[in-house]
Structure formats: structure tokens, C-alpha cells
Design a protein around this ligand. Structure first.
Ligand SMILES: Cc1cc2nc3c(=O)[nH]c(=O)nc-3n(C[C@H](O)[C@H](O)[C@H](O)COP(=O)(O)O)c2cc1C
Length: 419
């Protein structure tokens, strides 16, 4: 949908306004590309030319910051086949090239740093660890039960996050994001459903959030006060006995005390993938549609009322009207876009210059829920692969073929390794 002249003026003023983070770094506008796992690393878990080219292409599209897909802190524990993993300085040359080419046109590249915990397909990881032995439900033999981390393994794991962040900074990335949402390891520590520990890392919320807070605190010490640190956090897991909105709010206060520069709000996990189950059809801009579009807006508003920490809202945002209205009303500072940028790398620029007023509607469904949840990632990954090959996205890419290719990649994957 195209925008009228007065609409586009407002949208440019609102979404095009610069914003200075608490660390002092100024971002040129309010649109951030949310993380999407690209699975385009090489056999050594380093960025390939395809991955770099993808970000070079995105870097031309007017988005202020590109968050990378989750980069692993341990090559034995991957979220998917062909993840980038950064453990030490051997990766610096490729990471430097990635950062340089992605940022050549003024956009920033921030590294999302992650560990999957139990959310790793059995074929993909040689080491499946989690706070406790709570197997993932609903995926059959694709996922194996994790092993509970020994108390002595937790400190070194925190240090892995810190090392990866320090290397990202050294390589020239503009910032880092610690992934504590969507049921990955840090989010597993937060949730009483997956964290049944009775030591200092489990039980009370204070204990369950210790992993996250220690990671943020030590990362800050490692990267310094002038460097952006973001955290992606679930508003809730939306599961009985899981991480609740009330607890999430307490974590928000604790993160504020740690000096986080940008809190990205999301929700859901693999058992209940709220983050990608909706959001394919653009709305009309009406209030009811707006609420449907911005999945976690009601929670974001509550957070806003309680903390001055800059906020980014991700999930379902599709129309310029909704994005501009939530920023203009000071509900959040940044809008996060994932899928719309995988099918149109120039979407941000088009929103800002008024060429487009909403994302292209797409329907990536085959009609079988469990398959469709996986297909969401796999179809969009095919679009990222196209851009990595120097092609433009193509809405006609077959759903069935994407699913088959995605499953083949997972089932044919060799495990991550230690060396
Ligand atoms: C292909 C794909 C890969 C994703 N990978 C990640 C990831 O690596 N890290 C993450 O935090 N979220 C990931 N997400 C979730 C997105 O960041 C985002 O929260 C979600 O897609 C909702 O935003 P959207 O409606 O704008 O797509 C992924 C989503 C998709 C579609």
C-alpha cells in the first residue's frame, strides 16, 4: 500500500528521528532489523561470503541497526545447522569483514549472542545442556532431552558470552544483544518450568535471573560504558507455570540497574512459538488491528510506565501507521522488524520516504501447525539465502520445497564440535 504525502511526512519525522542510547551512541532512525537465524556459516562456523553479502544488501535498505541472527557462544551447542559460533579470536578476520561490509552505508551491525540450551535439534549439537533435565515437547525425536549443567559449568558459560561480546566489539560490530528470549538457554534459566535447580541458579526469581544479570554485568565490564548492550526478553512464555509477565517486569527493573541500552520485547518459545505464529497479513491501521499487529504492545506499555530504559518492540509490526503511532505516543522508542525485511530489504527506506505504507502480505502456511511453525523459519531462510547469492527475495519461493530443504539441512547436519 502506498502512503499519502501528509502521512509520509509524519512517518518520516517520527520514524526518521535520531535517538541517542544511554551509552552515548546515536542511531539515525527508529527501525531495527530483529534477529533472524540465517544459518549461512561455513564448516568452521565462520561467516561465509553469502552471509556477508546478505548484510551488505540489508545495509543499503535504510534500517538503523541490523541485529545478526543468533551467534553461538559454543560450537558444540548450536541452535541450527550452519550457525556462526564465536569462541575466540580465530574468527576475527571474517568478523571484521562482516562488520565492515554490513556497515559500509551507515547502518550498524549488532551481534546477537546466544546459547540454545535444550532448543537444539539432536542432529545439530553434540552437547545438549540446560538448567535442568526438562525435555522439549512436541517435536518427537527431532529434539533430545538435555543434560543438566553442573554448577561448575555455569561460570565458564557466562564467560563465553562475555568473550563473544568482547570479540564482536574488537571486530567492529556496533553493539551486542544478549538473547534471553524465545526459550533459549538464558530464557530457560528464567522460567520455573525449565529451571528446576535448587542451587544459587534456580528457585527464586533472584536466582533464576542470576545467569542473565551476571552476563550483562560482566559484558559491560568487558565492552566499556560507551558501547551498546541490548537484551531481548520475553514478556512471558505464555505457558502455565512458565515465566510470567509479573516476573518479566521484575527482570526489567534489574536490567535497568545494570545499564542496558536497549530492551527488546518479544515472547514465546519453541513449545509455544507466539513470536512467529501470527503477523503475515498487514493490518488496516485501525486500533483493533494495531493491537493485533503489535503482539506485545500491552506489555511494552506497562514496561514503559515503569522504566526509562529505551524499548524496542518486535513481533507482527507491518504498517507505517501502527509503527509511527506507537513511537509518536512514546510507547516504545524503536520498532523491530524481522520477516518484512526478509522479503524486502529496502522496506525501511520505503517506509521512511513514503513509497510504502505497509509490508507485503504473505501467507507462509501449509495448514499443519507443527510443520508451519518450522516452515516460518525455513521459508524466510530461503529468502535470506537468495539475497546472500546476490538475488532479490521472491514471494513465489515454494513453501513445500523450503520445508524439505530446511528439514534436509537439519537432519543431514553434522554436530558442532569442540575444536
Ligand atoms: C527466519 C527467522 C529466524 C529467526 N531467528 C531469530 C534469532 O536468531 N533470534 C531471535 O531473537 N529471534 C529470531 N526470530 C524471531 C524474530 O526476531 C522476531 O522476533 C519474530 O519474527 C517476530 O517479528 P516479525 O513479526 O517482524 O517477523 C526469527 C524469526 C524468523 C522468521
Amino acid at each position: 500500500m502506498t502512503a499519502t504525502a501528509s502521512d509520509s511526512l509524519n512517518i518520516r519525522e517520527i520514524l526518521g528521528a535520531p535517538f541517542t542510547l544511554p551509552c552515548g551512541v546515536t542511531l539515525p532512525n527508529r527501525i531495527i532489523k530483529a534477529a533472524m537465524t540465517e544459518q549461512l556459516a561455513d564448516a568452521r562456523f565462520q561467516p561465509t561470503e553469502e552471509l556477508i553479502r546478505l548484510y551488505e544488501r540489508w545495509g543499503q535498505g535504510g534500517t538503523a541497526v541490523h541485529l545478526t541472527g543468533n551467534v553461538m557462544v559454543d560450537r558444540r551447542s548450536l541452535e541450527g545447522p550452519r550457525n556462526v559460533a564465536v569462541e575466540d579470536e580465530r574468527d576475527l578476520p571474517q568478523l571484521r569483514t562482516w562488520a565492515e561490509r554490513a556497515q559500509a552505508n551507515g547502518a550498524q551491525l549488532w551481534m546477537q549472542i546466544s546459547h540454545p540450551g535444550r532448543q537444539t535439534p539432536s542432529r545439530v549439537s553434540s552437547e545438549i545442556v540446560a538448567p535442568s533435565v526438562v525435555p522439549l515437547k512436541g517435536y518427537g525425536p527431532l529434539f533430545r532431552a538435555p543434560r543438566a549443567l553442573d554448577a561448575g559449568e555455569i561460570e565458564p558459560l557466562i564467560e563465553r558470552f562475555v568473550t563473544t561480546a568482547a570479540i564482536a566489539r574488537e571486530a567492529g560490530f556496533g553493539g551486542v544483544q544478549i538473547h534471553s528470549a524465545h526459550g533459549y538457554l538464558l530464557s530457560q534459566f528464567l522460567s520455573p518450568r525449565t529451571n528446576l535447580r535448587t542451587d544459587e541458579w534456580g528457585g527464586s526469581l533472584e536466582n533464576r535471573m542470576r545467569f542473565l544479570l551476571e552476563t550483562v554485568r560482566r559484558t559491560r565490564q568487558a565492552v566499556g560504558s560507551g558501547y551498546p548492550i541490548s537484551v531481548k526478553l520475553n514478556s512471558a512464555d505464555f505457558q502455565r507455570g512458565g515465566f510470567s509477565e509479573e516476573e518479566s517486569m521484575l527482570v526489567v527493573h534489574a536490567l535497568e540497574r545494570e545499564g542496558v541500552d536497549l530492551l527488546e520485547i518479544s515472547g514465546g518459545n519453541y513449545e509455544n512459538p507466539m513470536m512467529i505464529q501470527r503477523g503475515e497479513v498487514a493490518g488496516s491501521g485501525r486500533e483493533s488491528t494495531r493491537l493485533r499487529e503489535a503482539f506485545y504492545l500491552a506489555y511494552a506499555e506497562k514496561v514503559r510506565a515503569q522504566t526509562p530504559m529505551p524499548l524496542m518492540l518486535t513481533g507482527g509490526l507491518r504498517t507505517a501507521a501502527t509503527m509511527a503511532s506507537i513511537v509518536a505516543q512514546n510507547k516504545v522508542d524503536f520498532v523491530g522488524l524481522a520477516r518484512p525485511l526478509a522479503i524486502d530489504p529496502d522496506f525501511s527506506r520505503k517506509l521512511l520516504d513514503g513509497t510504502l505504507s505497509s509490508a507485503l502480505p504473505v501467507n507462509v502456511r501449509l495448514g499443519v501447525r507443527q510443520l508451519d511453525d518450522m516452515l516460518q523459519s525455513m521459508w524466510y531462510q530461503q529468502q535470506m539465502l537468495r539475497m546472500g547469492k546476490g538475488l532479490e527475495p521472491d514471494l513465489k519461493v515454494s513453501r513445500l520445497v523450503s520445508l524439505c530443504k530446511g528439514l534436509y539441512n537439519v537432519l543431514g547436519a553434522r554436530s558442532g564440535r569442540a575444536d
